[in-house]
Design a protein around this ligand. Sequence first.
Ligand code: C5P
Length: 401
Amino acid sequence: MTAIKGKHIILGITGGIAAYKSAMLVRLLVKAGAEVQVVMTPNAKEFITPVTLSTLSGKPVISEFFTANTGEWHSHVDLGLWADAMIVAPATASTIAKMANGVADNMLVTTYLSAKAPVFVAPAMDLDMMAHPSTVRNISLLRSYGNHIIEAQSGELASHLTGKGRMEEPERIVEVLEAYFSGNCDYKGKHVLITAGPTYERIDPVRFIGNYSSGKMGYAIAGEAASRGATVTLVSGPVSIPAPADSAISVVRVESARQMLDACENVFPDADVAIMCAAVADYAPASPSDIKIKREGNEPPEIRLVKNPDIARTLGEKKHEGQILVGFALETDHEGDNAVAKMKSKNLDMIVLNSLRDAGAGFSTDTNKVTVFTADGRTLPFPLKDKHEVAGDILDTILSL
Ligand code: C5P
């Protein structure tokens, strides 16, 4: 390990049981050659003593805005500028909520708001807190600010319950940082086009035909590709997740399949990789009404449908040497055969299959279980993982083509 050597790292520690692991994290970072400044929330001191951490880091721990006996002010601004990276590990639900909403009532969150460097957040909490919509939303907000989330793992928790909420092991956190500093920029210079979310096909000004796609998988791939150095154009159907704040990602918002095709055709000639993650409606109403269709005095309307363009197939026909086109297949039966047939008929280089028969895979979940088929004949089954980790696997496989 060398990339961490000489780096200035702020380690933010919050008040959770996993704080005992922070001692090991400081040890490993210092061993890798980093200068570590520990910033603790007042609650964190209930779980691990500042003496342990200042001894291991070789620097006094900062917790308050002022040192009580001397009145010396700890400048969060200077600290924010000093840092090459900030890690918050463990990050409790409360600190994550404060970071997401700018509640700067302690030194740690104040430093976070001043930090110019990349921020890595390793959540740790009980499974119910982890799954609560407020935590899910706050973590997704942090992600949208460009922060790196080091996913909590599943296993036995301090409560003796079993589920997702264990802080990632210190060794792995150091590896994540190492990969970041060693410039895992394997997508640098690449332009990646990604479609995401559903399409809405208008029936009248207030009604549409749509589907349950959340956009999470496509947004996860966009974030991962950008963090690996790519310039990303994310052509997004209507979704409720926030737009990524990463300046390397341009979001083009569309509603219908037609609009999505137009946006993709504009971008595709300059793209190195195109990943068709959107759940595009197959049909659209032939003649959408300009006014709201009335119920009173009318028989139920018959809506005639026309075929939508197949965006992946259209791009497959235009693909030139060196471009890589990736599709998704969501299947309920004969999954592998259907996926491979789609890859061939649409002239794709790779297809990512999710089966609706697998629990935790598909549209609105945060996890996915995929099997990747490549045009060079490989079948790569992956286990159930968080969609952000699946995004990494997909991008790795694309590079292997
Ligand atoms: O044929 P099917 O809809 O199962 O194919 C799925 C793949 O094709 C996905 O990658 C999806 O984004 C893409 N697709 C498309 N345009 C359509 C239908 C599907 O780009 N009209």
